[in-house]
Design a protein around this ligand. Sequence first.
Ligand code: MG
Ligand code: MG
Length: 264
Amino acid sequence: MVEPGLITAAALDAARSLIAPGVTTAELDAAASALITGRGAKSNFQMVRGYRHTICASVNEEVVHGIPGDRVLAPGDILSIDAGAEYKGWNGDSAFTFVLPDDSRPEVVAARQRLSDVTEGSLWAGIAALATAKHIGEVGTAIQEHIEANSPDSGTYGILREYVGHGIGRKMHESPSVFNYRVADPGPEVRPGLVLAIEPMVVIGDQATFVEDDGWTVSTIDGTAGSHWEHSVAVHEDGIWVLTAPDGGAAGLAPFGVTPREIA
Ligand code: MG
Ligand code: MG
């Protein structure tokens, strides 16, 4: 799963490098698609029934599952891109959030960047927890605690309840569910061979969402902005390795005192 993980990371890099005002989300989709097929891999999003695209592109109040198309990116937009590659029968899945600069609205940009930074931090907190966890439930507890500890004074960020992370392997979506919040059930035991897609979805306001008329896009009901960060992470005999980060997660995990171990 190292190879599909790195192809997924490269596809997201290809999309990220094009983000600018005036660019459409369809153009980002095309760049990710070309990267994946160019590496001899397949878009696993296109294998999801009814979905024809390589990425999900969710803008502003859209949190996840936004459909790329002719929407033109504007200054100040907060955009999350989610993508995955299947290579030699194994899968990767990863997402990031990007805030476009806007000199005319510095406070909006700052609030959105903080949301993205705290959401990304919660992802790394969850991955760090997995390194020593006995049960998968510890991941969600760590994510929630990070969100609560780093929310702004104006109010605690909302964590989406209806959408969660998942196991990943031969299929992109496998059991078990990986909650982004504390649950009573400790969940399955963490053992070598386990690979999880951990993916906190966090919003500035209330966590309640609805699905748009397109049947896919998940947006906040209160209209506040959302952020989504995701990595596919392997647990193996020597430790953990973030498959969708070229450094295995070393930079992201350093603040938590966790060192990823390469898969022998
Ligand atoms: Mg994903
Ligand atoms: Mg996923």
